[in-house]
Design a binder for this molecule. Sequence first.
Ligand SMILES: [Ca+2]
Ligand SMILES: [Ca+2]
Length: 875
Amino acid sequence: MTNLKEPIMHLVLPWPACTRIRVQGRRRRTSPRVLRILVIALLLLWSGTARAQKLRVNDLGYFEARGLNVLVFSNEYNGFFFDEKTAGIELIHHGVRTATGGAVRLQPTPEQWDKIPVVTERIVDRKANAIEVKLRYGDYDFDSRVTVTAKDDGVVIRVRLDAPLPGQLEGKAGFNLEFLPSAYFAKTYLADGRPGIVPLYPSSDARVRPRAESVPQFNGYATFDDRGRNEVLVPEPIATCTTLVLAPEDPERYVRVRSSTGTLMLYDGRLIAQNGWFVVRGLIPAGRTGTVLEWYLEPKTVPSWTRRPVIGCSQVGYHPSQRKVAVIELDRNDAPLKTATLCQVAPDGSLVEKLTGDVQPWGTYLRYNYARFEFTAVKDSGVYLIRYGEQRTDPFPIGTQVYDEVWHPTLDVWFPVQMDHMLVREAYRVWHGAAFLDDALQAPVNIRHFDGYWMDSTTHTKYRPLEHIPGLAVGGWFDAGDFDIETAHHCTAIVSFVDSWETFNITRDQTFIDQRTRFVGIHRPDGKPDILQQIEHGTLQLVAQFTNVGFAVRGINFPHLYQYHHLGDASTITDNRLYNPLLGAYETDGLTSGTPDDRWVFTPRMPSLNFAAIAALAAASRALKNFNGQLSAEALSIAERAWGKEHAEPPAARGSMMAWFLENAECGAAFQLYATTRDERYARRFNELIWPQLDSALAWNIALAAKAVPVMPPEYKARLERYAARYREEIDRLGRENPYGVPIGTRRWAGDYELINWAIANYYVHRSFPHTIDREDVFRGLTYLFGCHPYSNLSFVAGVGTRAKQRTYGSNRADFSFIAGGVVPGVLLLKPDFLENKEDWPFLWAENECVIDICADYIFLANAVDELAKSGANE
Ligand SMILES: [Ca+2]
Ligand SMILES: [Ca+2]
């Protein structure tokens, strides 16, 4: 998935403004008499038992009872990634989001690119204890109202129509509510009393129907590889009934759905898409208006349920000299204990109480209360755990070595597995074959692509649409959990690798890489520093783009949606034979094939991307100078020529946001060209650009500005000092915003990328201004990543730390597995107040997808922390 993590983009792009929100029943004046009645009523409620579980619409606009929240479009579908399984009517059941997607939908088991309704109105009526949304499918001029009203121990869901269902949607539109498969594994269900076991693996039936019968997917694309037969798959229900009970045996997961208007159908969405959920569905009848569907939904709750505290601490451990603070996340109904204890695990297995200290309440952040337990005083090397009441954390070390190896899996395993155009072997396992040897065709003009790519009305190249562009089947990394080459992220990753090489002299060699035979061997030294081999691999692709296309391309991506969502070995996505239009589909002459499966090169004109590529090529040319002299010289020559070309064709007017992005990218290019060539004209341009950039977006630019200090004259550093002071204020503000004292992203893509870049910026500023930015400001970022964060205390680096992510959104996600060293985006904010990072469900990309630039930056940050910890500065 193309990730949306550029912070600046977020700053300037508002949420879609199409929704009108009205809140009724708030801010009403209350008379003393009414108040008395209210107090009595509250006391009566308090003394009851069952009534205490009643759902009430709270101040934040969702239904709340102890152990249960019902969200009604607190989160909407978005028009970019469509259905992310984070929208509609949702249940948070005993602290776990177990249901999503409650809405009028046009498929039994909607996939990501199926049509989504737009919320045109949302009314929160606290007086009536109800929330109503008006949903619209513009393509069909189809409006419906969905009302959720608290009743008894659950809610009533009604769908109302003012006009009958459009004819094309008869038998297709229904009300769906989707349940998380992993929350119901090893549980049963009752369909009108008939028992069934919730399937661990999809095994229900599907039928094949003509495509013409189906509701088209986004932009006419198809997720189904029908082999040219114009067919679609339609799942059959697992069960039909009027009353469905899920998990009758488990009071934490029990949900009863009773339909008073028609049949309920239970589907397994995984039958047609591995990231599908279990869907409970009722069809909307044809030719009717008014209330056309009514369900009573009752999720059981455990009386007086209180969420177990999460003790946030580093799963990797701590350097003796660093500050050590655990952050304890507490249910609002929980009171913090007075003390917690750090225990040392003795060699004989016994626990030795090393330090008992106060638990300091911090306050409330989003939906939980927080407290902190500090154990900085303990410095002895050993294995420890934290005891808090009856709870114990996983064991973690304190020692001078804790950061030595934390980045090795990312460089040794994760990056090699991401290498495009290569076969990648690890001991007995082949991760994937040499992929995309048929790269690539010129993308057609005037298109909007499902992964956020696009084409202008001209190709801007010498190639005709769908003509083969030679020379591109070399180098590059799969961007993330998908298999496209995303050039912007390549550039960032290359620069980051060069930073790591130049700053920390990383000579580690545990990977065998042979470009000639397209072979990568993991855990197999070949006498060459791996980081230089990775820089070379990324540079080969960038150089190929400039050489064969003429500029940096937006990316290389798939023509068909059914290729894009591929899971497994990348080398099987295409047939690796060049497309030959003279042959028919699925025909081959042994060398070429008539199957139009070759990837497309997207070539819109993007000057800011060219500057990003210039920066990467200029940086790479330094690192590769004594490693691959020819490639190094080629990279620099391309970078300088491209710089000249961009300045010969000045684009867009200044003052616009596009101009801002352009100057931001140009600033980075000027710096890298100066660092490589020491040509003063680049320094002058950098100096012209960096100060306005700092003035407009300090946090976004301070890292580059501080990184430049060693190559710029002394007056540069003097001028930067006051920006460092302002940056200090921003860091202090974070310390008041949440108990972790780090930036926690609140957008549609979780925030570990910003977090890592924030910590790296702190490193650079600390290097030049150690009295302004403390090394603890760097450590805090990595400690958060390693487990001192909300929701759980898993390390967000797969396989790194005692207890770490073991399910991530990588190419092997269908196996509920991970690729070691991948860094996940982390905790995603489900509005208004629920941070989530699921570990039993890898398919939520905004929480679990590892991306090349984040992973490259992680290698830098881990080395920075290791260096600072060992340098003993600030002690
Ligand atoms: Ca090597
Ligand atoms: Ca092909």
